[in-house]
Design a protein around this ligand. Sequence first.
Ligand code: PRP
Length: 216
Amino acid sequence: MPTQSSAFPNLRVFDHPLIQHKLAVARDRHTLPADFRRLLNEIAGLMTYEVSRRFETRGVKVETPLEVADGRQLARPVTLVPVLRAGLSMTDGVMQLFPEARVGHIGIRRDEATRRPVFYYARLPSDVRDGYSIVVDPMLATGGSACAAISYLKEAGCRDVQMVCLVAVPEGVKRVLDEHPDVMIHAAALDRGLDADAFIRPGLGDAGDRVFGTIG
Ligand code: PRP
């Protein structure tokens, strides 16, 4: 079970030993892109189990080889929404648990001069509003990118949005929950804070660059 932060009732931080172990390896500067990608997917998959805990189910009749049994299935569709680029690094891990999920993409990059989010792409399923949306992005720094992605989903009619990230900082969590108090944030770690360049400390570097090998 994740722990609930007393400062942020809508933040859940995962203290599971497997998640913490994998996160520590991912943070290591010597971890290569192939391993970094694998670890991010594995952590996202482990977090998904808990993220989906409150999903509504409906009763179904299932014909087993011997008789009809009562079962339960998810009542509403699930849409995974990676924030490009780095969010792609968590998509496969979540999809292994939700193979039926649809994937909507939102392209946002943070302008490193202004630190403001720059929106450049979106493609969502036409009925995205009918189900659950899970925004995935390894990093929640100032919160600008997350707020922009969540606002876009809400404008598309989504009412049930959750955010899954690996490392978050109090500044970003506060901003997202101030602007979107109905959203639940799930994080593998709540880091110390932002530095003067608005980088997460201690953080894990630039996740997008580490995933795609575009450092330098
Ligand atoms: C990173 C990260 C988030 C954003 C977080 O993406 O993946 O999307 O920055 O910063 P914020 O909370 O201050 O908005 P980046 O802009 O580096 O783009 P990339 O994924 O394409 O590398």
